[in-house]
Write a protein that binds this ligand. Structure first.
Ligand SMILES: [Zn+2]
Length: 348
């Protein structure tokens, strides 16, 4: 970070000098790919000061022990590596990088809060997963160089790109596998978002995450349900389990468990199921639950993204399939600005 700041600062000063010398219009002409709204530079707006800690260049990351101001693109690299198998197609990894960057930017703009009090954390249950270089060496072993360069190229190819809807940064939720159809955000999180609606997700059938089976003995099931829901008073699963309602995508929305009625999410959490798209098979002795998909099912299915990439889709097609009606825009970070400014001779 120190090195980066040292490299950037002289060029920033050159940028400021050019601004004071009346170079604004010429400078803005250099940014044809950067649209208005999200950018540090928009139309005739005055050029803002570019500091090393500019909000879109660095992100405050809490790892559970310490906080670090990381260059945003570096953070996105380690998130992409943690959130998606590196063996997936490059276009799927690019889509993941854009989703992760969008998710991060939503936090950086203060529109979503991390429970830690920092901008974002490395706990996937709260924010997004993150693996350090050491952890990635452990995960990939001899394949480290191959996979790390693949992830880096996916991040670099999409540098600064984020998803927007009507000019606003979207909530870029994603999950491992949808089981064939993603879920409406409203059905899971009680918030309707026009870009997070249920869509088909073809080609997931062969992935290991597609189907999972969990079998409980009758006693294990009864104990687990009564421990999670003391008002269930469950005794006989064959009489005490009724699925009351499913969403249009097939996921359980309401289920009766003995004397209580719970949501599919509560059931999933209590029994540590892979998803709420669950089928019960109950015998005298056992309760078997078969789940399709892995995760909440909202937004991009990583498994489906890989299937789309294998069918020839690029990252933009993947993102626009899973996030209905979104635009893909580039944010102007100091890093991207400096890159574009490289065409200008500071001494000119
Ligand atoms: Zn967090």
């Amino acid at each position: 970070m120190v090195v980066l700041a040292a490299v950037l600062l002289p060029k920033r000063n050159a940028l400021r000098d050019k601004k004071s010398a009346g170079f604004d219009a010429a400078f803005i002409d250099l940014l044809p790919n950067i649209s208005s709204g999200l950018n540090l530079i928009a139309g005739d707006e005055p050029l803002p000061p570019l500091e090393p800690t500019d909000e879109y260049a660095f992100i405050d990351v809490w790892n559970g022990t310490t906080a670090e101001m990381m260059p945003l693109e570096e953070y996105i690299t380690f998130v992409t590596a943690a959130e998606m198998p590196a063996s997936y197609s490059l276009e799927a990894l690019k889509a993941q990088a854009v989703a992760a960057r969008t998710f991060a930017l939503k936090h950086m703009k203060g529109e979503v809060r991390c429970k830690s009090g920092h901008t974002i954390c490395t706990n996937s249950a709260c924010c997004q997963a993150f693996l350090s270089e050491t952890a990635l060496h452990e995960r990939w072993g001899a394949d480290f160089d191959k996979y790390f360069s693949k992830i880096k190229s996916a991040v670099e190819a999409t540098e600064g790109l984020v998803l927007t809807s009507n000019g606003e940064i979207v909530t870029a939720l994603y999950h491992s596998s949808s089981g064939g159809r993603t879920e409406d955000c409203e059905a899971v999180f009680n918030v309707a978002l026009p870009y997070l609606v249920s869509v088909e997700s073809e080609g997931e059938e062969n992935a290991p995450q597609f189907r999972s089976v969990k079998t409980f003995t009758k006693a294990e099931f009864v104990d687990a349900i009564n421990a999670a829901f003391p008002d269930a008073y469950m005794t006989d699963p064959q009489k005490d389990v009724n699925i009351w309602e499913r969403t249009d995508s097939g996921r359980i929305s309401l289920i009766r468990l003995g004397g209580t009625v719970r949501t599919g999410r509560q059931l999933r959490k209590a029994l540590k199921l892979k998803s709420t798209n669950a089928e019960f098979t109950i015998t005298d002795d056992t309760v078997t639950i078969t789940c399709l998909g892995f995760g909440h099912g909202v937004g991009m299915s990583q498994c489906g993204a890989n299937a789309m990439a294998q069918r020839g889709a690029d990252f933009a097609e993947i993102l626009k399939h899973y996030y209905t009606g979104v635009d893909i825009e580039r944010i102007a970070t100091p890093k991207t600005l400096i890159k574009l400014l490289g065409a200008i001779d500071p001494e000119e």
